[in-house]
Design a binder for this molecule. Sequence first.
Ligand code: SF4
Length: 199
Amino acid sequence: MFFRKPDWWWDWTWTPVSGCRPVSDGCKYCWSLPWLKCHTWQTETVYTGAIEEAVDGSVRWTGDATALRPGDPMWNFPLTTFRDGVVNPALGPGKPNLIFAVVDGDLFLEGRPTEDINRVCRTLVASKHLGLLCSKYIRQMVDHLALLDPRSVPRWQSKLLLALVPKIRNGLTGGGRTCVHWPRLDGLCTSHSRHCLGR
Ligand code: SF4
């Protein structure tokens, strides 16, 4: 059984792809890099090739878009191991879980294969849960979604919550996040708005 940590406003995280590249001044404070530096893995992970150590000992993104290997069971995590979600969902008893996807890295990183982006989104959409996608690659996200088959839009709208982190907001670089309200997620956004950053 899975339990949400009390201070999480999401229920679980899932990172089947990784990789990023600084896109704004705010990236100087990238939370992921120190987190990844303090975690050492003995085997290959989704972060292998996504980060590298600089001469001064710091860790930086390589800019490569990485992904789990084909066949890695974690690709299907929302549909299999995590199928039933946590016992204490953030949205309340009996509500869908909120899966914060690609926490370390950016799904819409320039150069990421379209099929990897689609696989992440489609897996979330096919699951019993809701997906939360945060990105600073706004143009890439918008361009990707614009190519979505119109027949799929309503379902994606009902399953994916998009949070964009603009390069410049209110005149400040690296400003807070802005939720993009896909119309059919309005109800959800109202219910969890107290957690929404940058509102
Ligand atoms: S976009 Fe996000 S993950 Fe990427 S370098 Fe900037 S802060 Fe880090």
